[in-house]
Design a protein around this ligand. Structure first.
Ligand code: CA
Length: 199
């Protein structure tokens, strides 16, 4: 993500890592403020983001008491002046924030946009930030448009995300990676292959 700051990516779905050496080394650059905007595959779709791995904090935080004056409105800082990520329900940071700033070591719940764009922002604060996360975004819609795959939970996702080789649960209920119908993923031998849902 930090290699693509300020960019907008568009597609059926994609894996997003905090940095290139994710899962090997923490991302520790101080003073980072990076946003990545995800755009759904078509205008009828929305964007879901699900973290699969999540570590966002700072070892040494600047204690809130040191601040001479708190900005108005910042009554509570859930991340205690440490590093955080924040979602926005639109194409940039001027959009409505989605939920609270996220930090810590617990994988947050999935985030869903109301429109075609979802923006993810990473901010490192304090000293010795420790950031490492991996997530994936999925373009989806509710209802059953023809070329889309129907998840058990009522979402519909682009068929390119069904039985994908990285075994990403784009539906959120596992049905797009299931060996049973309608996905019928075959895990033995080479590429995961899907047969069409039963008529
Ligand atoms: Ca999948």
């Amino acid at each position: 993500m930090v290699d693509f700051c300020g960019q907008t990516v568009r597609g059926d779905g994609m894996v997003v890592s905090s940095h290139a050496d994710s899962r090997k080394y923490y991302f520790v650059s101080v003073g980072t403020d990076c946003r990545l905007t995800m755009r759904s595959a078509t205008v009828k779709d929305k964007v879901q983001f699900q973290f699969r791995f999540f570590l966002v904090y700072s070892l040494l935080r600047i204690p809130p008491s040191v601040e001479t004056s708190s900005p108005p409105g910042s009554v509570s800082d859930p991340c205690n002046a440490g590093s955080y990520v924040q979602f926005y329900d639109g194409k940039d940071l001027h959009s409505e924030p989605l939920g609270t700033p996220l930090c810590g070591k617990t994988i947050p719940r999935p985030v869903l946009s109301t429109g075609n764009y979802l923006t993810l922002r990473l901010v490192t604060r304090g000293q010795q930030p420790r950031v490492d996360f991996v997530g994936d975004f999925t373009s989806f819609r509710i209802g059953k448009p023809e070329p889309y795959f129907s998840c058990h939970n009522g979402k519909c996702i682009p068929s390119s995300l069904v039985c994908d080789e990285r075994d990403i649960d784009n539906c959120g209920d596992g049905s797009d990676q299931s060996a049973s119908p309608p996905a019928n993923c075959q895990r033995d031998g080479g590429r995961g292959k899907c047969s069409a849902p039963n008529a």
